[in-house]
Design a protein. Structure first.
Length: 333
């Protein structure tokens, strides 16, 4: 039996490498990865080292690879992006997050290949318009992201939806609005690592961790809330989409439940077997006017599309992440 070939762009990154880990173990799949690895010390290559990938290429080699393997490729899973919400080079952010995504979408449409890509909850901006992943172009166009990263993702969601409405989409196209994803293989992300990863050294050493004070009177210190989603759930949804070619559209991907940063920190301390120690520090002025105080994914559209697996609770996800990965000498999946 021939094996199905899947390309994962950004496959050595955080979410991408967890998708590779999930799919590479499937006996009927061959998984190829497109990414940059950087210096050995970054550890990014270790995100892939435990998994039997079929091929690897740099981004500069991707189009030639796609042409060479045009007949065999079944699905392009596009996780490659500039993911920092603090990126200041808007031209670079737009070229990477919109331009490359657009070109891959068109290539997949022209060659009748399936296309799954990473969108973001950053498209929702400050959340004042809610977190409803409505599919119509008017709702998508009404979103007001707070930074260039969110805008680039919102712009592509709108492009893909318009192309689909005009009959110019790939046979399957699915965008996933990832909320606050955490889990193994994120250490290389630096300042964009999850709070769990950032506070772990202090928790492990028995020191107090620092969280931002609130600058919004509606939210007490530490009560700012996010929809935290374990990366295993993100990978499972992608695997489900690979197996359900009839499902297309833009979907939220979160836990469906907002939890506070205080609860998150307390869960990390519990996973380490320690009593919580939390100090609150002033929020940087640069963040005050573009800070999200509440995010919570509405998950009805993904459920209606047929995804039935329960999402991992915050406590279970943190316990798995701490116990199996960041507390270990080899923290990589």
């Amino acid at each position: 039996m021939s094996r199905r070939l899947i390309l994962v762009t950004g496959g050595a990154g955080f979410i991408g490498s967890n998708i590779v880990a999930r799919l590479a173990g499937e006996p009927e799949l061959e998984v190829a990865v497109c990414d940059t690895l950087g210096e050995a010390e970054s550890g990014k290559w270790r995100n892939l080292a435990k998994h039997p990938i079929a091929d690897f290429m740099a981004p500069s080699q991707m189009w030639a690879w796609l042409e060479k393997h045009r007949q065999e490729v079944e699905v392009v899973i596009h996780m490659g992006a500039i993911s920092s919400t603090l990126g200041s080079d808007v031209d670079e952010v737009l070229a990477t997050n919109f331009g490359l995504s657009r070109d891959l979408f068109v290539w997949c449409a022209d060659h009748r290949k399936r296309f799954i890509y990473a969108s973001s909850a950053a498209t929702y901006g400050d959340g004042s318009r809610g977190f409803d992943d409505a599919q119509d172009t008017a709702s998508l166009a009404a979103l007001r992201p707070l930074n260039p990263y969110g805008w680039s993702k919102a712009l592509f969601d709108l492009f893909a939806t318009r192309q689909a409405s005009q009959g110019r989409a790939p046979p399957q196209w699915a965008g996933l609005k990832f909320f606050n994803v955490y889990g193994p293989n994120e250490a290389h992300k630096g300042a964009m690592r999850s709070v769990i990863c950032q506070i772990w050294p202090d928790v492990a050493a028995g020191r107090a961790v620092r969280l931002f004070r609130s600058a919004n009177p509606a939210y007490p210190d530490g009560d700012q809330k996010r929809d935290f989603v374990y990366v295993d759930d993100a990978a499972e949804v992608v695997a489900w989409l690979v197996d359900h070619a009839q499902v297309s559209g833009v979907f939220n991907l979160g836990s469906g439940e907002a939890r506070s940063f205080r609860e998150l920190a307390e869960a990390v301390f519990r996973a380490a077997g320690r009593d919580p120690l939390i100090d609150y520090v002033e929020m940087p002025k640069a963040l005050e006017h573009r800070y999200q105080y509440f995010t919570q994914a509405r998950m009805e559209r993904l459920r209606t599309a047929g995804y039935g697996r329960a999402m991992t609770s915050l406590e279970a996800g943190v316990a798995a992440y701490v116990g199996r990965y960041i507390s270990q000498s080899d923290p990589y999946r």
